[in-house]
Design a protein around this ligand. Structure first.
Ligand SMILES: Cc1ncc(COP(=O)(O)O)c(C=O)c1O
Length: 461
C-alpha cells in the first residue's frame, strides 16, 4: 500500500470514528471518545501495525552515517602526499585545534586520540588519583566511569533527572565529601545538564567541573557552548558522533597552566615543542593520546557540515517532539531553561508502558517499531549496578587505598532509583535519523501512533 495513502486513510478513519468531536491536532481517541470505548474503536480504525500484518510506516532507509564527499577525499590525499602523518610534523591537528577553539569560544583546545583520552587527560591534568572521589551520573557511556577507575579513584553516582535524562544536579552537593576531587556531568544525548547548579556546587566546594560533552558538540547553555563552562570540556569524535573522524577527541579549557599540563599528559609528558626536538618533561603522568594528521584533516572537512547538520537535527527534533508528546505514554526528554541549544546526538524519550494498552512492554514496543522500519533502542543499563564494579572494589589496589567501611558502604551510597526506572523506560533514535526529510519524521510518528492504537493486540502477539 502507498504510504501516503495509508497515512491519509489513518487520519480519515480516526476522524470518522471521532465524528462530532473536533480533533484539531492528534488527540488520543481514548480521550476523545471516553476511556472505556477506546481500545475496540482504535483497533478497528487505525492502520494495522506491521507486526500484525500491516504495511510498515517507513520503507527504505534513514540517513546513513557518516556523510562525506570530495572534501574528505581531497583532505586525505593532501595529508598522504605531504608525508606529514604525525601531528608533530604536520599542521592539520593544530589547525583543527585552532578552529574548534574559535568555534566553541574556548581559550585552548588540545586534540586527543578519543573522548576517553580527553577525559583521562583532564583528570590527569587535575591530578585526580587514588583516594579521590569523583561524581558522575549513572546514565552515561561507560568511558565516563572508566577514566575514574583507571585513576583508582572512587566513583560516586548521583541519580538521574528522568525528565531530562541528565544528572540530577540538585543531588550533587549532597553526594560530595571532602575527598571529592572532580564532578563530571555528562551532556547526555546532546541535551545539557543543569550547569548553573553544578557550577555553583563546584565553586562553593572548590571542586573542578569536568564537562563530558562527548555527545554534545555545539550544544549551548545560556548562549555559550558547552565544554567551555567547566575547568575542562571533553569531546569525542568517534564514528557514531555528530562530528566524526572515526576516532578522535578534544579537551577545551580556559586555564593556561592546565592546558599545558593536559598537552604534556597527552604527549607522554613532553611539553609543547618550541623548535626541534623537545625532551623537557612536564607533569607527573602521561601517555601517547595524540590525534594524527589523517584525523585532523577529516575533522576539518567534517566541520564544514556540522552547523548545517545541527540545524536540521534541531528542526526535525522540534517537529517530532511536538507530535510525539501528544501520544499518551510518550515523554520526550525535556530541556532545562538554560539549555539554549541541544546537539541531539540522540533523540530520547520515555516510554510509559502503563499508558499503552495491554501493558505493552518497552521491548515489545522496540520490536514493533523495528517492524515499522523505524529502528530504536532501549539505551543504557544502570552503570552503578554493573557487576564488574564489585570486582573493582574488591581488587588489590582499591582495598589498599580505601578503608573497608568505605568499600562495604559503597553500594548503598550509590543507589539511583530514578535512574533504574529511567533505564526501564528510555527509548532512543540515533542522530542520523534526524537528518532526513520531514517525511521521515512523519513516518516515525505514524509508527508510534499505530503501535499505541494497537498496543493491547501487540502485547498479546
Ligand atoms: C558520554 C560519553 N563519554 C565518553 C565517551 C568516550 O568517547 P570515545 O569513544 O571517543 O573514547 C563517549 C563516547 O562514546 C560518550 O558517549
Amino acid at each position: 500500500m502507498n504510504e501516503a495513502v495509508s497515512r491519509r486513510s489513518f487520519l480519515k478513519r480516526t476522524a470518522a470514528a471521532g465524528a462530532g468531536t473536533t480533533l484539531t491536532r492528534y488527540t488520543p481517541l481514548s480521550a476523545a471518545l471516553g476511556a472505556g470505548a477506546a481500545p475496540q474503536v482504535l483497533a478497528a480504525t487505525a492502520d494495522k501495525p506491521a507486526a500484525l500484518g500491516g504495511s510498515p510506516a517507513h520503507r527504505g532507509k534513514f540517513q546513513s552515517w557518516p556523510i562525506y564527499d570530495a572534501t574528505e577525499e581531497n583532505a586525505l590525499r593532501e595529508v598522504l602526499h605531504s608525508g606529514n602523518w604525525f601531528r608533530g610534523s604536520g599542521r592539520k591537528v593544530s589547525q583543527f585545534e585552532e578552529t574548534y577553539a574559535k568555534l566553541t569560544g574556548a581559550k585552548h583546545c588540545v586534540a586527543t586520540a578519543n573522548g576517553t583520552s580527553a577525559l583521562l587527560a583532564s583528570l590527569g591534568g587535575l591530578d585526580v588519583g587514588p583516594g579521590d572521589e569523583v561524581v558522575l551520573p549513572p546514565y552515561t557511556f561507560i568511558a565516563t566511569l572508566n577514566v575514574i577507575l583507571m585513576n583508582h579513584a572512587l566513583p560516586v553516582f548521583v541519580d538521574s533527572d528522568p525528565a531530562t535524562f541528565q544528572i540530577d544536579a540538585k543531588k550533587v552537593d549532597g553526594a560530595c565529601s571532602k575527598e571529592t576531587a572532580a564532578i563530571i556531568p555528562v551532556h547526555l544525548g546532546g541535551n545539557v545538564a543543569d550547569l548553573d547548579t553544578l557550577l555553583d556546587v563546584g565553586r562553593r566546594r572548590n571542586v573542578p567541573i569536568v564537562e563530558d560533552a562527548c555527545q554534545a558538540p555545539l550544544a549551548e547553555w545560556k548562549g555559550r557552548k558547552v565544554g567551555t563552562w567547566g575547568r575542562t570540556g571533553c569531546f569525542s569524535f568517534q564514528a557514531s558522533k555528530n562530528l566524526n573522524s572515526g576516532e578522535g577527541g578534544a579537551v577545551l579549557t580556559a586555564d593556561d597552566d592546565l592546558a599545558e599540563k593536559i598537552y604534556a599528559f597527552h604527549n607522554n609528558n613532553r611539553a609543547r615543542k618550541v623548535s626541534g626536538y623537545n625532551f623537557s618533561y612536564r607533569g607527573t603522568r602521561g601517555a601517547n593520546l595524540r590525534l594524527c594528521e589523517w584525523q585532523g584533516s577529516i575533522l576539518l572537512a567534517q566541520l564544514t557540515r556540522l552547523e548545517k547538520h545541527s540545524q536540521t537535527r534541531e528542526q526535525n527534533a522540534a517537529y517530532l517532539t511536538k507530535q510525539l508528546k501528544e501520544i499518551p505514554g510518550i515523554l520526550p526528554a525535556e530541556m532545562y531553561a538554560g539549555c539554549t541549544r541541544n546537539a541531539y546526538h540522540l533523540y530520547m524519550f520515555r516510554f510509559d508502558s502503563a499508558r499503552f494498552g495491554g501493558g505493552l512492554t518497552r521491548a515489545q514496543f522496540v520490536k514493533a517499531m523495528a517492524a515499522e522500519g523505524v529502528p530504536c533502542s532501549g539505551g543504557y543499563t544502570p552503570l552503578n549496578k554493573e557487576g564488574f564494579l564489585k570486582d573493582v572494589l574488591a581488587s588489590k589496589a582499591y582495598k589498599r587505598v580505601y578503608p573497608a567501611k568505605t568499600l562495604t558502604q559503597w553500594e548503598e551510597r550509590n543507589r539511583c532509583p530514578a535512574n533504574d526506572r529511567l533505564c526501564e523506560q528510555a527509548v532512543w533514535f540515533t542522530h542520523p535519523m534526524l537528518l532526513g526529510p520531514r517525511k521521515d519524521m512523519d513516518d516515525i510518528v505514524a509508527a508510534v501512533r499505530k503501535i499505541h492504537a494497537h498496543a493491547a493486540q501487540l502485547a498479546k502477539a
